[in-house]
Design a protein around this ligand. Structure first.
Ligand code: ZN
Length: 134
């Protein structure tokens, strides 16, 4: 596939968004520039800019949210890495033809109005991988 252009963001699963935001702002000195609920994924997100890359904090809004399940299984922490790509539709077809397991066969809307798709960690050496396009 055409190589990703950058790490768009790093997703971190947290139990309590307010407490996590406080750490990122008051300890790390970053500024939360957006809080957004993504109903589709049953999460509330908070974004921080670190140079070219963002940190996306994720709090589950429901017990059946994928993030709630993640935390129940593995605890808080690194949840996914998101690469910025161009031509997401074509990339997904290409990856599928190469045998990569896709969680999303078609792009869907993520936070910040981006088109996103997740790849199954079984195909990515254990890292939940998000591809996103503006
Ligand atoms: Zn993400």
């Amino acid at each position: 596939m055409k190589a990703p252009t950058k790490i768009e963001h790093i997703g971190i699963a947290v139990k309590n968004l307010t407490e996590a935001i406080s750490y990122y702002e008051n300890i790390l000195g970053l500024k939360c520039y957006a809080i957004e609920e993504v109903a589709d994924q049953k999460v509330k997100t908070a974004f921080f800019m670190v140079g070219e890359t963002k940190i996306e904090l994720l709090e589950a809004t429901s017990d059946d949210s994928p993030v709630a399940k993640f935390i129940a299984k593995k605890g808080e922490g690194l949840h996914h890495i998101a690469f910025a790509v161009n031509g997401l539709n074509n990339i997904l077809s290409e990856l599928e033809s190469k045998g990569v397991q896709l969680i999303d066969k078609q792009p869907r809307k993520g936070a910040e109005d981006m088109n996103i798709a997740f790849l199954n960690p079984k195909s990515t050496f254990g890292v939940l991988t998000e591809l996103c396009e503006k």
